[in-house]
Design a protein around this ligand. Structure first.
Ligand code: FES
Ligand code: FE2
Length: 388
């Protein structure tokens, strides 16, 4: 790569050549004011991953999804219809549900305070002893609804009143990974990590492998750093892949496949591990034989919950011969994740120093600029030249 000023195109993607391009200023990882702006302009506005459809398997099942101060009830209304409602009673604003998940008895949502009762579509069914008229109309007291989109079993939520359509915002994702048939996969394992770092550091770390040789010796054996390529980089979706060195390999402790390929994955995809960031809170890692994803839940400027899940085909999950493969995939990624968390937490600490202003990206970290631009565009910020 020519690393002078300019741009280059790879697989139809236009990249700046950026050895020496500048990172975000340190305050973007620490400032309470910037974090509050991110909540308003990103987390309350953009499409966010919420949960998997399989986590609410039956009609009437629900889970709560907490997005900063907003508690959202996500429920299955019909076989293939999902609804999301603000967890707020229309009578006097009481929080309706406090259990993080469950099933609505008789498919009715009842407020614990004065027993106003809502249907699964959000309409108010009954308000005891209240008569319509004098300003009260049941039809105007449905639960406040949020938007839901089911992408291959991943339920995305949007709290904005008029969001950009999912198909527009996530254009690159809509028909990507069809071969994995992800809606048919099921959660085989879950680990919750609680980390002391800013949410953006996790996205940045995920999209560059400049750190891999030093931080991930085992990962670098199965997928050499020079094989890393980006194949999509626009707006909300940034992605790429790395090539597996071993025929029919995967990311496990011994580098062999954890199970048979999922869906109808074939051809060169049998030799690739994909890494897709779905801005701002989902990291998706399709392997030939399973899918790992990270659900990032910010808890303030310097804290996140990172829920990591491993999806396998249900037949593989049931097969006793596959248990060792699943365990090995989990062990490999748990080890690799912890290596990443260590450096992300150290970066959180270092960037707090008064002497740290802005860093310098290498050419191997080119797409991190795309991420930074996405954040700055959402916030309506520009970084001044002298801001270093
Ligand atoms: S606040 Fe819900 S019924 Fe009164
Ligand atoms: Fe890493």
């Amino acid at each position: 790569m020519n690393e002078s000023q300019g741009r280059f195109t790879k697989r139809g993607v236009d990249y700046p050549i950026i050895d020496g391009m500048r990172t975000l200023p340190g305050r973007y990882y620490h400032s309470r004011d910037i974090y509050a702006e991110e909540v308003e302009k990103i987390f309350y506005k953009f499409w966010l991953f919420g949960l998997r459809a399989e986590q609410i398997p039956e009609i009437g099942d629900y889970q709560l999804v907490q997005i900063e101060d907003e508690s959202i009830i996500v429920l299955r209304q019909k076989e293939d219809v999902f609804k999301a409602f603000f967890n707020v009673c229309r009578h006097r604003g009481t929080k309706l549900c406090t259990e993080p998940k469950g099933r609505f008895d008789q498919n009715l949502i009842q407020c614990p305070y004065h027993a106003w009762t809502y249907r699964l579509d959000g309409r108010l069914q009954s308000a005891p002893l209240m008569k319509e008229g004098h300003g009260f109309e049941k039809a105007k007291c449905s639960l406040h609804e949020a938007h839901v989109y089911n992408w291959d079993g991943f339920l995305f939520l949007n709290l904005d009143r008029n969001p950009e359509p999912f198909e527009v915002r996530m254009e690159a994702l809509v028909n990507k990974f069809r071969e994995w048939e992800m809606s048919k996969l099921r959660i085989a394992h879950h680990i919750r990590y609680e980390l002391n770092c800013n949410w953006k550091l996790i996205l940045q770390n995920y999209q560059e492998c400049y750190h891999c040789p030093g931080v991930h010796p085992l990962l670098s054996q199965w997928t050499p750093v020079h094989s890393a390529q980006h194949d999509y980089s626009k707006g909300a979706v940034i992605g790429g892949f790395m090539d597996l060195t071993r025929e029919r390999g995967s990311m496990t402790m011994d580098g062999s496949a954890a199970g048979p390929p999922v869906g109808c994955v074939g051809g060169e995809d049998l030799q690739r591990i994909y890494y897709y960031s779905v801005f701002p809170n989902l990291l998706l890692t399709p392997h030939p034989d399973f899918v790992m994803y990270h659900h990032i839940i910010p808890q303030g400027p310097g804290k996140i919950i990172n829920d990591c899940y491993w999806l396998f085909h249900p037949d593989t999950i049931k097969d006793s011969k596959s248990q060792e493969g699943i365990r090995s995939a989990v062990e490999f990624w748990d080890l690799t994740n912890r290596q990443d968390w260590q450096v992300c937490e150290q970066m959180q600490q270092g960037t707090k120093s008064k002497r740290f202003t802005r860093g310098y990206y290498s050419g191997r970290e080119d797409v991190l600029l795309t991420l930074d631009h996405e954040v700055l565009k959402a916030l309506g910020h520009t970084i001044e030249d002298g801001d270093d």
